[in-house]
Ligand binder design. Structure first.
Ligand code: SF4
Ligand code: SF4
Ligand code: SF4
Length: 347
């Protein structure tokens, strides 16, 4: 019996494919999502959402521990044959270029019944992408290649859009949706999945994406624009070493030119956020990561000019603010004991 026939109500399947070059960090990250949590999505806690079945190697809700790995992987073979419909395909990890290798395979997920050999990510994408209602790339490896796609790598690794094509459209007419981050911010991932599920249910308009296929409401602002330390930058106060509460640009923060909402959103339950808690932004969400931001911990080239200007301007502003602060940090003089009314009140 096909998976779909077991249910009376319509089901949307979420097929998470971590067959690529990955550390599974984005899977782990999703377990920390709270707005919504993956449990909220699976348990039907959100009004108007279709029933969702998640097929996810990290935590297989449908197969369960009693069914084993075969039951888990069966869903992927079923989907590739058209037996799961509709489904959202989530890809984690970069796509190695299998056509350049001499022998063997760079990636594998289950064995191909025809050859008995591991089925590569590229082969899974060739089979699953044409049948998917939507394709989502989770994390910077899947979106743009990430760490494995650095200069000098032997696998020719790339992101999903590099493999399928940047103009690729799903059966439902959706572009690839990229949610970068190394790892992906948990709520960015769960919120994007939620949006797509609502869109497929006819309850949301086309997902708004920028030129790098990122959801615009998540990646429209820079780290700097949401950073707790931006006030120090404006006043020309820069850290020379870790442990300082001031701006980190001189010790390697790329925040002014990086699109990421982590300083505003935090990492888990609103807590954390790279520069907010003392870590430089190394631009892990960006298509040019990591090569264009290395060596990490060096002052970014553009920062020298902007921080020099900020030190001059910020020094003057800070001095003037110091004078104002000295005034407003004291109570008005009429708040005192005695028989005289000093407030200036006129009867
Ligand atoms: Fe791991 Fe980062 Fe790649 Fe995700 S993007 S698979 S967290 S290396
Ligand atoms: Fe901007 Fe980074 Fe400084 Fe924050 S720490 S204000 S993101 S340069
Ligand atoms: Fe990555 Fe920078 Fe965002 Fe931190 S603030 S998650 S390092 S892009």
């Amino acid at each position: 019996m096909r998976e779909q026939e077991r249910h009376e109500e319509p089901v949307v399947h979420l097929l998470w494919l971590n067959a690529g070059l990955s550390c599974d960090g984005d899977s782990v990250s999703l377990t920390a999502a709270t707005q919504p949590s993956i449990e909220d999505i699976v348990m039907g806690a959100l009004p108007g959402l279709p029933k969702v079945e998640v097929h996810w190697p990290l935590l297989d809700f449908a197969g369960g521990p009693m069914q084993g790995a075969d039951a888990m992987i069966d869903a992927y073979f079923l989907a590739a044959e058209g037996g799961l419909d509709p489904f959202v395909l989530v890809v984690e990890g970069s796509v190695p270029n299998e056509s350049i290798k001499q022998e063997g395979y760079w990636s594998g997920f289950g064995n191909d019944p025809e050859t008995g050999q591991p089925r590569t990510l590229a082969e899974w994408l060739d089979r699953l992408a044409p049948r998917a209602a939507a394709v989502v790339a989770a994390g910077t490896c899947a979106t743009y290649g990430g760490i494995h796609a650095m200069a000098g790598n032997p696998t020719g690794a790339m992101g999903v859009a590099d493999y399928l094509g940047w103009d690729w459209r799903s059966r439902a007419g959706l572009p690839i949706v990229n949610v970068p981050g190394c790892p992906v911010q948990p709520d960015n991932m769960s919120e994007t999945l939620l949006y797509l599920l609502y869109q497929l249910a006819g309850q949301a308009p086309m997902i708004p994406l920028d030129e790098a296929l990122r959801p615009t409401w998540l990646f429209g602002a820079t780290v700097h624009e949401g950073c707790d330390r931006a006030g120090y930058y404006e006043q020309g106060q820069f850290a020379a070493e870790y442990g300082s509460p001031t701006c980190l640009v001189k010790i390697g923060c790329w925040g002014p030119v990086v699109k990421c909402n982590v300083p505003k959103r935090g990492w888990m339950n609103g807590i954390g956020g790279c520069p907010n808690v003392g870590g430089i932004c190394i631009a892990c969400t960006m298509p040019g990561f990591p090569d264009k931001f290395m060596p990490f911990m060096d002052e970014p080239p553009g920062a020298r000019v902007s921080s020099a200007a900020s030190m001059v301007y910020g020094g003057v502003v800070r001095a003037l603010r110091g004078i104002t602060l000295g005034t407003v940090d004291k109570e008005p003089k009429w708040r005192a004991k005695g028989r005289a009314l000093l407030t200036g009140h006129k009867a």
